[in-house]
Design a protein around this ligand. Structure first.
Ligand code: GLA
Length: 691
């Protein structure tokens, strides 16, 4: 077996000093705060006062400026113009709206692009993007980085000591920076050199003896062609890590620049799209916290029932909450759809009530704020037809706008309830973690072994079962403390260091309960198979060995039998050979290994390890195994139908209905209903607290 190598992929924020800072950023008694994007540069200056007044009258407490305004902030190289923005900030303050200031780096001005065309991203086919859209410049380009920092420094000098600015948003929806330009090439080589130190170490890690791939020097390494057949897997994996690093380091540089001028009262964040294969989310340690953007109705997600597409898929907000919240001491939601969008495949109207439902869902997850893109519907530009809080006339609230207003009023009503209720003990007892590493997801997706496998769906099968139990869920990383969780799910954790195996073993021996699923632990942290039996380092944990794994054709699925029930599977099955003292919970029914174990349960020290060797087609096996386990562990669970989500936050119970029929919430008499009714219609919300 390979010697232990510990690679801590992520280091996390030290929470001690942060708790105090957070309270000054977001006073707990305010619960949450709501804002709206405004682009003064899109509108006649004479309308700014009217618009910001309207925003404040509707209850919004902050606005968001200068997200895509580099051309207006620095119309010529080195010539800065903040007068217009000063006026807008002044008007926001007049109406008691705080401001999130943005760094505008997603839209470089044309003078920069024409002076240094290399700032434009070069694609794999050698063609370049051009000016005229956004996010077309490369985070790997030295000129782009340099000019961006200069502009940001001027902005921070100007607004860093201004109490009207509550915080900063860096860039916009930063993405993984894939660029085949010269600077990216050089920086990739430097990044590799820093990582591996010697070319021998790189050759070893990349397994270059295979197919004569050996390099003699870092200068010989190019950015891998991802479309080239058979291209070295580890080179591709490292390249995708590098691209993510370019993003996180660019954000860190921006934050450092701002920090040089900004008062400690101003916080710094960025607005990520929740992507579960993005390593840069949570990796920029100079940020005070992270936030996300979410769009629920744009033609892609069916939701539940015929109207479900208007309500959206509940797990998209639920999982984003549970993924973002544990990564930094607090989190926020920077964009939440106010109504119809323009950029989807079919841009339907959300169901009346759905916008408010999403706002409550974000709140239920613990977010400190929600902001919406955008206050006024744009009348020109790529996003023409996108809804705002007010429509194209600039004054009439849209239905979504009114739902924002309703939510804001409701939060104010909760703020007046000064004594917070209790969080029920049974809810806290169900708290479960999912151990997750996006690096692992990228590695699996690069080399799936079967087209039927879907990593995100595999994780969702466990996640959705847990949500139907009414369990609070935290997505955690291997560097975090495991001790606060009585159950940790470890789904398809393919690359696993021996240190992590040891940490998990200690957790179990000390009384923790693990659920590990197929594809876990069969590679070391370099992505090499163990020079041992398949996944051998986890055998002691799971109390079983793995004889082999099988992958079925979609037209020939098999079933797994557990407690007289059958569960269809296709994509991945580990065929297990349990030790004498390990219980077999489920067996394969058909094929040449019928009767062999597919799910096992092992007691180890004070704790237990349940190994689920197969990925079921519908998630019913995962659900049934979790139910059986929670029963064994004596943890009471709820049985919410799909789409009914219940969370507690600050002592408030919140139930949300994404299902296609009414749901009647079973509440005991010792609760006080604050908002809604026990009968919750589709897209409805119920809020209560213990008396
Ligand atoms: C994204 C972007 C915004 C805007 C919206 C439109 O989330 O971050 O700038 O383009 O989409 O829905």
């Amino acid at each position: 077996m390979k010697k232990k190598v510990f690679i801590g992929l992520l280091l996390f924020w030290s929470c001690s000093s942060f708790a105090q800072k957070t309270e000054s950023y977001f006073p707990p008694e305010e619960l949450t705060t709501v804002g709206a994007y405004y682009y003064p540069e899109h509108w006649d200056e004479a309308q700014w006062d009217r618009d910001l007044q309207k925003m404040a009258e509707m209850g919004f407490e902050f606005t968001h400026f200068a997200e895509f305004a580099w051309a207006q902030l620095e119309p010529e190289e080195g010539v800065y113009d903040f007068k217009w923005l000063d006026k807008a900030v002044g008007l926001a303050a007049k109406h008691k709206l705080k401001v999130i200031m943005c760094t505008s780096t997603a839209t470089p001005p044309v003078w920069l692009v024409r002076k240094h065309p290399d700032v434009l991203i070069t694609r794999e086919d050698g063609t370049q993007y051009d000016h005229g859209s956004r996010q077309h410049a490369s985070f790997s380009n030295e000129f782009y980085r340099e000019y961006a920092q200069k502009m940001i420094a001027e902005l921070a000098k100007h607004y860093g000591d201004d109490d009207r600015i509550m915080g900063w948003q860096l860039d916009n929806e930063p993405h993984s920076n894939v660029d085949y330009g010269d600077d990216a090439q050089q920086r990739f080589r430097q990044w590799l050199k820093k990582k591996y130190k010697t070319i021998e170490a790189l050759n070893d890690a990349w397994g270059t003896n295979f197919w004569s791939g050996t390099y003699r020097d870092f200068s010989e390494i190019n950015i891998p062609q991802h479309k080239q057949w058979g291209m070295n897997l580890y080179q591709r994996l490292d390249h995708s890590r590098f691209c993510d690093y370019e993003t996180s380091s660019f954000l860190d540089e921006q934050a450092e620049t701002i920090r040089g001028y900004a008062s400690p009262k101003q916080w710094i964040t960025t607005n990520y799209i929740p992507m579960y294969d993005a390593r840069f989310i949570g990796a920029s340690r100079e940020l005070d916290f992270i936030s996300y953007t979410r769009y629920m109705v744009y033609g892609e997600h069916k939701g539940i029932g015929p109207r479900g597409y208007r309500v959206g898929e509940y797990s998209r907000i639920a999982m984003a909450n549970d993924y973002f919240r544990p990564l930094t001491p607090v989190y926020g939601v920077m964009e939440l759809q106010p109504g119809q969008v323009n950029w989807g495949t079919i841009n339907s109207q959300p169901l009346p009530g759905a916008v408010r439902l999403w706002l409550w869902h974000v709140f239920a997850g613990g977010s400190q704020f929600t902001c919406t893109y955008r206050f006024r519907a744009p009348i020109y530009g790529y996003e023409q037809y996108h809804y705002g809080i007010v429509g194209p006339d600039g004054v009439t609230p849209t239905r979504g706008g009114l739902e924002y207003q309703q939510f804001i009023d409701e939060v104010k009503q909760l703020r007046r309830k000064s004594s917070l209720g209790e969080t029920p003990a049974d809810y806290l007892k169900r708290k479960t973690a999912i151990l997750y590493d996006p690096d692992n997801t990228v590695a699996i997706n690069q080399n799936k072994q079967t087209t039927v496998w879907d990593t995100e769906q595999h994780v969702l099968k466990y996640y959705k079962a847990l949500k139907s139990f009414g369990s609070p869920v935290d997505f955690i990383r291997d560097t975090m403390d495991f001790s606060g969780y009585s159950v940790i799910v470890v789904p398809a954790y393919q690359q696993m260091s021996l240190d992590l195996v040891e940490k998990l073993t200690d957790y179990v021996k000390g009384g923790g309960n693990l659920i590990m699923s197929c594809r876990t632990g069969h590679q070391d942290e370099l992505g090499h198979l163990w020079e041992a039996k398949h996944a051998e380092p986890i055998y002691e944990l799971i109390g079983s060995s793995i004889e082999f794994y099988d992958l079925l054709r979609p037209y020939a699925p098999d079933t797994i039998a557990m407690d007289k029930e059958k569960f269809a599977w296709t994509s991945w099955g580990d065929i297990l050979s349990p030790n004498a003292e390990t219980e077999t919970w489920a067996e394969y029914s058909g094929d040449f290994y019928a009767g062999k174990a597919s799910v096992t349960y092992n007691q180890l020290g004070e704790g237990t390890v349940t190994y689920v060797g197969a990925d079921s087609n519908q998630g019913d096996l995962e659900d049934a195994v979790l139910r059986k386990l929670y029963k064994r562990l004596d943890i009471d669970i709820q049985n919410y139908p799909e789409g009914i989500t219940v969370e507690y936050r600050d002592g408030f119970g919140i139930a949300m209905n994404y299902a296609d029929e009414d749901y009647v919430m079973d509440l005991s008499d010792d609760v006080e209903i604050l908002i809604g009714d026990k009968l919750i219609p589709t897209a409805g919300v119920l809020v209560w607290r213990l008396k």
